[in-house]
Design a binder for this molecule. Structure first.
Ligand SMILES: Nc1ncnc2c1ncn2[C@@H]1O[C@H](COP(=O)(O)OP(=O)(O)O)[C@@H](O)[C@H]1O
Ligand SMILES: O=C(OP(=O)(O)O)[C@H](O)COP(=O)(O)O
Length: 403
């Protein structure tokens, strides 16, 4: 993989450099609640701007349906990037249309522009190679060079991640280089016990990862929205909790294999349940109770791991030499359901092992719940991306940066 240092050494002054970043930041009412992913790409953007490049930053945000949707605009991320850079950042109100073309054409050397959400275009995420390729051609027309630095999206075979780099000279940015360096350590000679903690809401994506992790980890702790498919597979009522019904057979098989292979697969023994999903904007207090994991009422949903589970998971993390954690243990954005995530974060802080936290929301959780980032071995900007890297998969966005 050629890195941005080679590009800088060759000179980029006056060149239009397309930076595929991951600015998929959490937003509440249009306000960014954690800007970690924007700060993570700053070294790359700054270096290019300082070297006189015309920097075109592009990203997705959320999962809009292939058409413009103001709720998913990158405008707030563009203005935050400008604040962090200490200079104005131009914003194109479309991704490859007139606004993008005019904005890029108007860039002076050393200036930065952000394009509107890549996923406002169906070609970005299309499964059809030709449709993705056509969109990548439109993106390629906006730049002379490609720098891949959106680590959180390198597991996606999307136009801006996979197809575009093939059309332009391509380099890895500083963030991708750092992320890969650290995660490599977890695939080479990992110190044991190696404990993986999985939670979050992207259940269908992440359940599949367990297949490979069973051959790698010594212990798997399951929380967050992931847990209920396991509890269902054990024959428990899960009420209206997040559930990936179609993956119940696969999860049953994982539990059997874990047993056979001597991998400890640990599930919640109690959960915090409520009749309604909390209001994350007002954070108004909710009615909630703690129940044993096999006693979830049919009309309620599990929104956090309970106090007994928090203690159990802390004890399962205490002797770990290596920990990888992706996915909050509960709906941490609301104080009534943040304690499980806090407990796991605290267990990592207390650990003498090498600890890695991965994922947009997991990283945001650690910071917004008041933990000191330096107390962790590494905070990765990618959840799904780092999990798939640890699985040993070829990631489209990394393969595309290789020659
Ligand atoms: N029990 C649960 N039910 C519903 N959502 C949950 C539950 N536990 C955690 N979540 C949600 O999971 C989201 C993060 O999931 P995910 O995107 O998979 O994590 P990451 O971005 O760290 O990879 C958070 O917004 C959190 O509110
Ligand atoms: O937030 C992200 O991933 P993560 O939640 O696994 O960390 C990335 O921006 C990728 O987003 P996607 O899962 O909608 O492709």
């Amino acid at each position: 993989m050629k890195t941005i240092d080679e590009l800088l050494a060759a000179g980029v002054s006056g060149k239009r450099v397309f930076v595929r970043a991951d600015l998929n930041v959490p937003l509440s009412d249009g306000t960014i609640t954690d800007d970690g992913r924007i700060r993570a790409v700053l070294p790359t953007v700054k270096a290019l701007a300082d070297a006189g490049a015309k920097v075109v930053v592009a990203s997705h945000l959320g999962r809009p349906k292939g058409a413009p949707d103001p709720a998913f605009s990158l405008a707030p991320a563009a203005s935050r990037l400008g604040e962090l850079l200490g200079s104005a950042v131009a914003f194109a109100t479309d991704t490859v249309g007139q606004s993008a073309q005019d904005t890029v054409a108007g860039l002076a050397e050393g200036q930065v522009a952000v394009l509107e959400n890549l996923r406002f275009n169906a070609g970005e995420t299309s499964k059809d190679d030709a449709e993705r390729g056509a969109f990548a051609d439109q993106l390629a027309a906006l730049a002379d060079v490609y720098v891949g630095d959106g680590f959180g999206a390198v597991h996606r075979k999307h136009a801006s991640v996979y197809d575009l780099p093939a059309k332009l000279p391509h380099y890895a940015g500083y963030l991708i280089a750092t992320e890969v360096d650290v995660l490599k350590k977890l695939t080479e000679d990992v110190r044991r016990p190696y404990v993986v903690v999985l939670g979050g809401a992207k259940v269908s994506d992440k359940l599949a990862v367990i297949d490979q992790l069973l051959d790698k980890a010594d212990r798997l702790l399951i929380g967050g929205g992931m847990a209920y498919t396991f509890l269902k597979a054990k024959g428990h009522e899960v009420g209206i909790s997040l559930l990936q019904e179609d993956q119940v057979p696969a999860v049953t098989e994982y539990m059997e294999r874990a047993e056979k292979q001597g991998v400890e697969l640990v599930l919640p023994v109690d959960v915090v349940v409520s009749r309604t999903f909390p209001d994350l904007k007002t954070k108004a207090p909710t009615e909630h109770t703690v129940v044993d994991a096999d006693k979830i009422p049919a009309d309620q949903e599990g929104l956090d791991i309970g106090p007994k589970t928090r203690e159990l998971y802390a004890s399962k993390l205490a002797d770990a030499a290596t920990v990888f954690w992706n996915g909050p243990m509960g709906v941490f954005e609301h104080p009534d359901y943040a304690e499980g995530t806090k407990a796991v974060a605290q267990a990592l802080v207390d650990s003498d092992g090498f600890t890695v936290v991965g994922g947009g929301d997991s990283a945001a959780a650690v910071r917004t719940l008041g933990f000191d980032e330096t107390a962790f071995g590494h905070i990765s900007t990618g959840g799904g991306a780092s999990l798939e890297y640890l699985e040993g998969k070829t990631l489209p966005g990394l393969a595309a940066l290789e020659d």
